[in-house]
Design a protein around this ligand. Structure first.
Ligand SMILES: [Zn+2]
Length: 148
């Protein structure tokens, strides 16, 4: 069940952030909902099940959540490689350096961009599926258990 007024965040009694703002927060590796810095990550790859600032969960009962984040990773990686290849053609980069750099991008971008794919997808997911009353209740219960 979704909130009747999905533009209101009852957790902090704030309006739901706009999609560009949530995506920007995701690009900065922050929680798309509250803007808490590094809220979901205990390390570069280690994820907590909920935001350490506002308590909202990643998946919110949606089992296919990782598929959206993986799709973001594919777009990021392939987009970067295609951009590099277009630049290489425009500036007449020789074939061997073009392929070496494209291969390096294919390895480095997924590793470096892993957390960003999750936080950006969280922003898109929160825009598509506003937090339900159960999501808000679970987040508030987690915050209360943490003494906040
Ligand atoms: Zn948060």
């Amino acid at each position: 069940m979704y909130l009747e007024n999905s533009l209101t965040n009852s957790l902090h009694n704030q309006k739901r952030p706009a999609l560009p703002k949530m995506i920007l927060r995701g690009l900065l590796r922050k929680c798309a909902w509250c803007g808490g810095k590094g809220s979901f990550f205990t390390s570069w790859y280690g994820k907590a099940p909920q935001c350490q600032t506002c308590g909202i969960h990643w998946e919110r009962g949606y089992e296919g959540y990782e598929l959206g984040a993986a799709t973001m990773g594919v777009f990021l990686t392939f987009g970067t490689i295609i951009f590099w290849m277009v630049l290489s053609v425009v500036f007449s980069v020789p074939l061997v350096p073009l392929l070496l750099i494209a291969g390096a991008l294919a390895v480095v971008i997924p590793i470096a961009g892993y957390p960003l794919t999750y936080t950006v997808w969280q922003g898109v997911d929160l825009f598509i599926r506003a937090p339900s009353t159960e999501d808000i209740a679970a987040a508030e219960a987690w915050l209360a258990a943490q003494g906040r």
